[in-house]
Design a protein around this ligand. Sequence first.
Ligand code: ADP
Ligand code: MG
Length: 402
Amino acid sequence: MGAYAGLGEVSGKRVLVRSDLNVPLDGTTITDEGRIRASLPTIRALAEAGARVVVTAHLGRPKGAPEERYSLRPVAARLGDLLGRDVEFATDTVGASAQEVVAGLEDGQVAVLENVRFNPGETSKDDTERGAFADQLATLADAFVSDGFGVVHRKQASVYDVAQRLPHAMGGLVAAELEVMRRLTEDPARPYAVVLGGSKVSDKLGVIDNLIQKADELLIGGGMVFTFLAAQGHGVGKSLLEEDQVDVCREYLVRAEEAGVRIVLPTDVVVDTAFPSGDREPEPQVVPIDAIPDDSIGLDIGPDSGRAFAEVVAGAATVFWNGPMGVFETPAFADGTRAVAEALTEVTAKGGLSVVGGGDSAAAVRKLGFADDAFGHISTGGGASLEFLEGKTLPGIAVLED
Ligand code: ADP
Ligand code: MG
């Protein structure tokens, strides 16, 4: 139990563990259980040391009130299967059910509390409201272990405030994730390539600022690429576009050139006249970036770009990738993502460090059939890893270091 030395003997103690169990669901079917698997070692280690383990986590984005579709019940059941132990489930987070379930735990038993975001105090911007909720959470435990890397960039009650109220320690998963992030920032083996994609464009633009000073090559695909293409003067049809960020992207292109960082953008894209949906067969069409039709949406990087991206990535000694290159959920738009994933596995194979970060990116590589160990590391946190790379202080980490 070295990692939890700060807590002393945990046997017989109630230990609240903040895990990240925010898995993608299709109804009540878990479509990628990577985050549950990543949470197992800490929970198992505490249970085996005789702690009464109380797991708190969120699922999706409920608005501070219970919503059946965001219930953690199916996740708790799967956690029990994977742990090979009975896992108790409380139908609320700090109410009568939670108190009863926690009071009934024996040494070495595990309970999961219902979605912590069913409580408005969890994500409140008001310190007092958040603190009051953290007080309630803290009454359920004698100690706190922070193990949800995907949420450590959030100043939330179950991540931040509760750590101020209980003896606390960093969980093994968070420690392992931080170790990889440090290898990426402190002295990465070069060339160092960073691949960015996905759909949360404005969230991810910030990281580019910092990466212009760190990376040798910056490859951009996915939804965010169209703001860059617009900055270069290309028409982007009906593709995802952040109009108010076009100038920012133009400035990044100039600064990257000055800094000697190569920004690699696609030369062709796969478009369709509608966003993929169940009602219609996709009609993918490959076009050069200077000929995106006005009525079309860019949904993947094109085949030439896929090959060019793969070549740059495969030549790197260190690579960090966040965000799919296209709408990979539909096979017609998954080729760019597959090409980049394949290139990351080549980096691993020749002894380099390849890191995949982000919930959808991790789900994408698994959906496309890649084995987890074909990558150096698959991070459970997208936003958290990007904020770390941006050089920001992560509140959920800083609070543990006090
Ligand atoms: P992550 O969870 O890995 O951080 P994001 O949440 O930012 O990644 O983005 C993932 C989503 O981006 C996927 O659902 C994918 O369909 C979508 N996406 C990728 N390329 C495009 C595009 N060109 N247009 C719209 N959405 C896209
Ligand atoms: Mg995502």
